[in-house]
Design a protein around this ligand. Structure first.
Ligand code: EPU
Length: 347
C-alpha cells in the first residue's frame, strides 16, 4: 500500500463534531477534519486531499461563524504557534505571531513586554490569523492601525506570499481575504508594528468612565487593557459560558438625510460621522428599539446587555439563529428603513 494512504488516514479524521471549534457552540459535523501545526503538515494535508476550494474551511478560533448545517468538506484547524519580537527600529517594535495563536494571548504578550497598540483589542475572541480576515476592531482601534504585514499560504500553488497593509485592503470588518481572495489563502503569520511609547486611545467614552471608576488618571498600557476587559465582561457574553460570536451584524452606514428623517421621531438616535454625506448608525440601538434586546426563543435569542449579539444558550441549531437574524433584519428594515448586514460568516 502506498505510504500516502497511511498518512492520509492518520492526518484526516472523518465525521468530527465541530462543537468545540465554534464559539456559538453549534453541534454540526465535518465530513473531514485535520489540524496542522507546521507548513509541512498543511502542505501534506492539502496535497493528499481531493478537495476544491468551496469544500475547504480554515478555522482559527471559530469566533465569526454560524454553522447552519453539516459541513461536507475538509475543515482545517490552524495550530501554528509562536510569538517573537523581530526588531526595534526608531520608535517601533515589530512582533510576529503565528496565525494559530489565541488573539488575547498575543495581546497579553504585548502588554507583558510593555508594547502598546493592541490594548484596546483585549479579550476579542478568535485567533491571530482570523483577526486580519475581518480587520477586527473595538474601542476606536482596528487591526489595520497596528498591522505591518502577513504571510499566507496560497492553496492553489503551495507558495507563501507576503501581503502589506495596502494589499490587505482593510475596511470596516473587511479585507481582501473576505472578498476577491476568499478561500484562496491560509494566513500563516501576522507581523504587527507596536510601540513602547504609545499614545493611548481612551477617547472611547466607556474607557474613560471605567478608568475614572478605578481611580486611574495616568493610565498605563495594562490599565487600558484592564479597563477594556472590564467593559467587555460587563456587556458581552463569554463564549465559554454562552455560545455567541460577538456582533452578529455590522453597524450600518446610511445617508445623512436618512438620519435627519429618523431624528424627527428618535431624537436620541446615536450616529457617527463617516464622510460628507454618510453616517454610521449603531445596529445595537436599532435592534433594541425594535424590541429584540433580551428576547429569548427556547434555547437561543438576543443578548440582554448588547442587542448586536445573538446567543445560543445550549443545543440551539444554527438554522434557528439564522432565522432569528432574518426576523431582526426585517423588523429593523420595517421600523427604520435601514438594511442591516451580517458580520458573521454563514455556512
Ligand atoms: N446600544 C444600544 N443598545 C444595545 C447596544 C448598543 O442602545 O443593545 C447603543 C449604545 O448605547 C451606544 C451605541 O449603541 O450608543 C454603540 O454601542 P457600543 O459602544 O456597545 O458598540 P457597538 O457599536 O454596538 C461596536 C463593535 C463591537 C465593539 C464595540 C466597541 C461592530 C459591529 N461592533 O459595537 O465589536 O466591541 O463597538 O468598540 O462594529 C464585534 O465585532 O464582535 C464586536 C463586539
Amino acid at each position: 500500500m502506498p505510504s500516502f494512504v497511511l498518512d492520509r488516514s492518520r492526518m484526516i479524521q472523518k465525521n468530527i463534531s465541530l462543537k468545540p471549534y465554534n464559539t456559538f457552540g453549534l453541534d454540526v459535523t465535518a465530513s473531514h477534519f485535520a489540524t496542522f501545526s507546521s507548513l509541512d503538515e498543511l502542505n501534506q494535508i492539502l496535497h493528499l486531499t481531493e478537495t476544491n476550494e468551496s469544500q475547504l474551511l480554515v478555522l482559527g478560533g471559530g469566533s465569526n461563524l454560524l454553522l447552519t448545517k453539516n459541513f461536507e468538506g475538509l475543515v482545517l484547524k490552524n495550530e501554528l504557534h509562536g510569538i517573537s519580537i523581530l526588531k526595534t527600529e526608531n520608535e517601533f517594535t515589530y512582533v510576529k505571531s503565528a496565525a494559530g495563536e489565541v488573539w488575547h494571548n498575543f495581546v497579553l504578550f504585548c502588554i507583558e513586554n510593555n508594547l502598546g497598540g493592541v490594548e484596546n483589542l483585549s479579550l476579542i475572541p478568535g485567533s491571530v490569523g482570523a483577526a486580519p480576515m475581518q480587520n477586527i476592531g473595538a474601542y476606536g482601534i482596528e487591526i489595520k492601525d497596528v498591522f505591518h504585514e502577513l504571510e499566507a499560504y496560497e492553496i492553489a500553488t503551495g507558495k507563501i506570499r507576503t501581503f502589506n497593509l495596502t494589499e490587505c485592503k482593510f475596511g470596516y470588518r473587511e479585507s481582501v481575504f473576505k472578498q476577491e481572495l476568499k478561500n484562496q489563502y491560509v494566513i500563516t503569520s501576522v507581523t504587527f508594528r507596536l510601540t513602547k511609547n504609545p499614545k493611548l486611545n481612551t477617547s472611547y467614552g466607556a474607557i474613560n468612565d471605567e478608568l475614572q471608576k478605578q481611580g486611574i488618571s495616568n493610565p498605563s498600557i495594562k490599565d487600558v487593557s484592564n479597563a477594556v476587559i472590564a467593559i467587555r465582561k460587563s456587556k458581552l457574553p463569554d463564549p465559554k459560558e454562552i455560545g455567541n460570536s460577538g456582533s452578529f451584524f455590522k453597524n450600518p452606514v446610511v445617508l445623512k438625510s436618512h438620519l435627519e428623517k429618523l431624528k424627527v421621531t428618535y431624537a436620541d438616535i446615536p450616529s457617527y460621522p463617516v464622510d460628507e454625506t454618510h453616517v454610521k448608525l449603531a445596529a445595537g440601538w436599532l435592534i433594541e428599539k425594535a424590541g429584540w434586546k433580551g428576547k429569548t426563543i427556547g434555547n437561543y435569542g438576543v443578548h440582554k446587555n448588547q442587542a448586536l449579539v445573538l446567543v445560543n444558550y445550549g443545543g440551539a441549531h444554527g438554522s434557528d439563529i439564522f432565522k432569528l437574524s432574518e426576523d431582526i433584519l426585517q423588523s429593523v428594515k420595517t421600523k427604520f428603513g435601514v438594511e442591516l448586514e451580517r458580520e458573521v460568516n454563514i455556512l
